[in-house]
Design a protein around this ligand. Structure first.
Ligand code: NAD
Length: 255
């Protein structure tokens, strides 16, 4: 177990962050962590009900957050959300592209719609928010884009050709946009989680989970907090000279 009492901290007061997929899991932990450090957080998700719970939890902890219901594949809505966030809080400093799904099956059985859904949400959604946020981020003196990739995008994973391709795409996008926006002092990095205990992985059988733990040198699945702290570090001034990097947070799985 990680020691939940030891928490990374930084001062993000005066900064505005936008986190996609913030209704639950890693996105919620990331949004709460950024808010804990003083950022105003725009929480974006398709799940309005759970999104309200994230916003309420941040408010109850003394932070500032608002909910924007949005499908990350809807280009017009994505642009409108970014505009509304900028109008509401006067700018945008940190974008976290976290929304993602899996639709696992072996390549021989992969249906067109399973392929398209995963590529659209994981990769196109990241592209749409990155493009929409680029101009406001240029106006920030310290813009940050942090994309949530996956170890599957680095090492591949049987049954996840769609997912691995989407996450490898996110890594390519991260490295390219890092080079394009570096002149504007915007850093663009990816966090590649290994197996983290969320609803996404709760569907795995106990047998599969045990097999996963055996492959992980640190011998456990990660906590959402492990990812939230990696994102917080990349969002912080301490990471100002890091760009185009893929930070694996996987207990040594890809070591
Ligand atoms: P999760 O399923 O618990 O949460 C994903 C969130 O994204 C949900 O709130 C969902 O409503 C939202 N979402 C889905 N489609 C959307 C859409 N079209 N528009 C807006 N929001 C949408 O998953 P998680 O485990 O928290 O994963 C978060 C991210 O981390 C994903 O990108 C995932 O691929 C990545 N990741 C997770 C793990 C893991 O082990 N949990 C490992 C590697 C990478």
């Amino acid at each position: 177990m990680s020691d939940a009492k030891i928490r990374l901290t930084t001062d993000l007061s005066g900064q505005v962050a936008l986190v996609t997929g913030a209704a639950r899991g890693l996105g919620r932990a990331i949004a709460e962590n950024l808010a804990r450090c003083g950022a105003k957080v725009a929480c974006v998700d398709v799940n309005a009900e759970l999104l309200d719970q994230t916003v309420a939890a941040i408010g109850a902890a003394g932070g500032t957050a608002m909910a924007w219901t949005c499908d990350v594949t809807d280009s017009a809505r994505v642009s409108a959300v970014v505009d509304e966030v900028v109008k509401t809080w006067g700018g945008l400093d940190i974008l976290v592209n976290n929304a993602g799904i899996t639709k696992d099956t072996l390549i021989l059985r992969m249906k067109d719609d399973q392929w398209d859904a995963v590529i659209n949400i994981n990769l196109r959604g990241t592209f749409l928010f990155t493009r929409a946020a680029a101009r406001p981020l240029m106006k920030s003196s310290r813009g940050r884009i942090i994309n949530i990739a996956s170890v599957a995008g680095i090492m591949g994973n049987p049954g996840q050709s769609n997912y691995s391709a989407s996450k490898a795409g996110v890594i390519g996008l991260t490295r390219t946009v890092a080079k394009e926006l570096a002149g504007r002092n915007i850093t663009v990095n990816a966090v590649a989680p290994g197996f983290i205990a969320t609803d996404m992985t709760a569907v795995l059988s106990d047998e599969v989970k045990e097999a996963i733990k055996k492959q992980v040198p640190l011998g456990r699945m990660g906590d959402p907090q492990d990812i939230a702290d990696a994102v917080l570090f990349l969002a912080s001034p301490a990471a100002g000279f890091i760009t185009g990097h893929v930070l694996t947070v996987d207990g040594g799985l890809t070591a």
